[in-house]
Design a protein around this ligand. Structure first.
Ligand SMILES: Cc1cc2nc3c(=O)[nH]c(=O)nc-3n(C[C@H](O)[C@H](O)[C@H](O)COP(=O)(O)OP(=O)(O)OC[C@H]3O[C@@H](n4cnc5c(N)ncnc54)[C@H](O)[C@@H]3O)c2cc1C
Length: 364
């Protein structure tokens, strides 16, 4: 493996593989380093993303959606047309929502393949332990040099941890895969079912992905393990997998670039806090970062282009998503009876706008 690269990307998840793909497409020499043996495995995800058509409506400023989200059919387990928002008493507000439920490990491998086809190189089973200047050091002592270093290592990215002071709110999440027949509807549960967060039931081809995330400060004496056990016990079927993870839920950090360092995906806080979507946003951010790297290496343009273009494409959405979660905080602080009462036909459109990163009382 060569030691010297135009760009080194830490982490080959949706953000890292997409950065690598779009930089390599322009001829930039990119190395992606990932600690996993197989990127995308083991699964740590609810696996829900909007369809490309739904995304065009949700993110009207993001160009060339079909080029970015160009997935093989094997990466999709099932499609769904509805989403229900459920209160603790079981009251449900149902909305049309066109979603794809992924086979996430297959999806992430497909992104790796696209990056490799574009010319990026991958080094797996290699943990980055330190970054000093232009040098990246691995756990086995090997060192690599990159003109640009991109942190795409998720919520615990080593570049972010060492070179950024800003903190994000990380929400811890537990989930399982279960066999059985589930309706063609994604359900999100609120109130005391999942204090300060939500629980989900996302139907798959032969079962469902069921999970829960809570915030400690709203959970009083109950912990995530207990809440997860309570929620999972509602469903019958053979459990085939259990997992956990963390989601940064306070939105984007204030600076994505420092000198020749860049962050993208979860490490930059790109998860939309009002709904937990992080796969598509990591890829949108990844493409913008990859293109900025190519322009910098080839035309010597400023890496600041990255943040400017992210803002053009996703700035409004992120702003309204951060605002939406403030409305959510009112709900997190409310007793169940009030959550029940506030989910009604009058509030229905406003709740949906908050979840979907639209101004609750505006027209965007
Ligand atoms: C339980 C759970 C459920 C979720 N459900 C959904 C959902 O349904 N829909 C949705 O859109 N989003 C969901 N998300 C969020 C989504 O998974 C993330 O936003 C998305 O994966 C971000 O991509 P990324 O590339 O930034 O990070 P990741 O996908 O986390 O990839 C980071 C990569 O970096 C590697 N890495 C980390 N540290 C190092 C290191 N030191 N050295 C080398 N490599 C390193 C890791 O091995 C990994 O491959 C969920 C998250 C969790 C935890």
């Amino acid at each position: 493996m060569e030691k010297s690269w135009d760009a080194i990307v830490i982490g080959g998840g949706p953000a890292g593989s997409t950065v690598a793909r779009y930089a390599a497409l322009e001829g930039v020499k990119v190395l992606v380093i990932d600690s996993r043996e197989k990127i995308g495995s083991p699964l740590q995800c609810g696996e829900l993303v909007p369809t490309n058509n739904q995304l065009r409506k949700l993110c009207p400023h993001v160009p060339e959606i079909d080029d970015l989200f160009n997935l093989p059919e094997e990466a999709v387990s099932r499609r769904t047309t509805k989403m229900g928002l459920v209160t603790p008493s079981g009251k449900k507000l149902v909305y049309p929502f066109r979603g794809k439920i992924l086979e996430r490990p297959v999806h992430d491998q497909a992104l790796v393949d696209l990056a490799k086809e574009a010319g990026a190189k991958f080094l797996t089973k290699s943990k980055v332990v330190d970054i000093q200047g232009n040098i990246i050091r691995l756990a086995n002592g090997d060192e690599f040099e990159g003109k640009i270093i991109v942190g795409c290592g998720g919520p615990h990215d080593p570049l972010r941890a060492k070179h950024w002071d800003e903190k994000s709110l990380n929400i811890f999440v537990k989930f399982m895969l279960i066999e059985g027949n589930f309706d063609d509807q994604v359900d999100l549960y609120f109130g005391s079912t999942a204090p300060g967060g939500y629980a989900w039931v996302i139907p798959k081809r032969n079962g469902a992905n069921i999970g829960i995330g809570i915030q400690k400060k709203y959970a009083k004496d109950v912990n995530l393990k207990t809440k997860a056990e309570e929620f999972f016990a509602r469903f019958d079927g053979k459990i085939t997998y259990k997992g956990s993870g963390a989601l940064p839920m306070s939105g984007t950090i204030s600076q994505f670039t420092k000198g020749n360092y860049m962050l993208a995906g979860d490490s930059a806080g790109m998860v939309l806090p009002s709904n937990g979507a992080g796969i598509t946003t990591a890829m949108i951010g990844g493409r913008v970062a990859g293109q900025a790297i190519a322009n910098h290496i080839i035309h010597d343009s400023s890496l600041d282009e990255y943040e400017k273009n992210w803002d053009k494409q996703m700035g409004k959405m992120m702003k309204y998503s951060k605002r939406g979660i403030r409305w959510g905080e009112i709900m997190f602080n409310s007793p169940d009876w009030l959550v029940d009462a506030s989910f009604n036909s009058l509030s229905k459109p406003f709740i949906w706008r908050a979840v979907n990163c639209r101004p609750v009382l505006g027209i965007y």
